[in-house]
Design a protein around this ligand. Structure first.
Ligand code: 13P
Ligand code: SF4
Length: 298
């Protein structure tokens, strides 16, 4: 299967990109594996004709927003992000009426229609810098209330208005479970994604995007880590650091949508050129402004 994918990839002049939460063998065949920010930058800058996006819908959509001339394939077309579905363009238009002077910052985990209604996008790796950079004091932050709370704490000069969305995978982890695993491994550093509840981020030694968590563990002199994000990151963490030990903060840290993509679905989408991401051009142009502003910042 791997050989067939590589042959097809060359024939189609395609690149395969994979998010850090993808299953191990999908990460293995990808040309680049990264967090949302790194992958959107990569898709915007390379000159492949076809991008096979192994991730969830909003990620493939972001690649299409930035590179309309490319064919973007999402191998599993039903791989969505429940958090992204917690805000619609219509609901956001209504809410914006309540805060006419506020800047609208949206987490990249959102649909193109939602991005089109916002001033600037962010990812978990640059959310603090993005909120600091907007001129307005009032900032509507959609849709992740946990990332939004983290940003509000780190940028106290802004008045952050939260949307009530959350990641079902990260939000379900409770403090008691985290305290127990910390007690079991007192010499391990706790590294978490800011999609976790604020009381868990409070307990952590480091909070950051998937890539930032991986980089932190690679560079740290510590030998043991408790990992507070989706279990897919363990693939790189263990490969890069055979001398270090990683404990998953909770066995519940699995995103079912990220686990849908398989080698077979990658092969099928490339072979049949199916599951192509299409966007309304007006929405794409408005959403692109929000993503471009983010890319200008960092
Ligand atoms: P990263 O940008 O940190 O990779 O996160 C994406 C995501 O969906 C986290 O749940
Ligand atoms: Fe969405 Fe959470 Fe899955 Fe990330 S881990 S894709 S935020 S549901």
């Amino acid at each position: 299967m791997i050989k067939k994918i590589i042959e097809l990839k060359e024939k189609r002049k395609a690149v395969i990109v994979a998010h850090n939460y993808q299953i191990d063998n999908v990460q293995e065949i990808a040309d680049v594996v990264g967090d949302s920010f790194a992958l959107s930058k990569y898709c915007a800058s390379n000159d492949a004709k076809v991008i096979v996006f192994c991730g969830v819908h909003f990620m493939a959509e972001s690649a299409k927003i930035l590179s309309p001339e490319k064919t973007v394939l999402l191998p599993e077309i039903d791989a969505g992000c429940p958090m992204a579905d917690m805000v619609t363009a219509e609901a956001l238009r209504e809410e914006k009426k309540k805060y006419p002077g506020a800047a609208v910052v949206c987490y990249i985990n959102s649909s193109a229609e939602v991005k089109a209604e916002t001033d600037i996008c962010c990812t978990s790796s640059n959310a603090i810098n993005v909120v600091k950079a907007v001129e307005e004091k009032d900032v509507m932050f959609v849709p992740d209330m946990n990332l939004g709370s983290y940003v509000a704490k780190m940028v106290p000069e802004k008045n952050v208005i939260l949307w009530k969305g959350f990641c079902v995978t990260h939000h379900k982890i409770k403090t008691d479970e985290v305290k127990k695993i910390k007690e079991l491994h007192p010499d391990a550093l706790l590294l978490v994604h800011p999609e976790c509840r604020p009381e868990i981020v409070e307990l952590a030694d480091f909070a950051g995007s998937t890539k930032q968590i991986i980089d932190f563990a690679n560079e740290s002199n510590n030998k043991k880590f408790i990992i507070g994000t989706e279990m897919g990151v363990l693939y790189k963490l263990k490969n890069n650091n055979p001398d270090k030990t990683f404990y998953l903060m909770s066995q519940g840290l699995v995103c079912p949508n990220m686990k849908k993509t398989t080698l077979k679905s990658v092969y099928d989408s490339l072979n049949e050129m199916k599951n192509v991401i299409e966007l309304d051009e007006d929405i794409r142009i408005r959403a692109k402004k929000s993503l471009d502003r983010m890319l200008e910042i960092k």
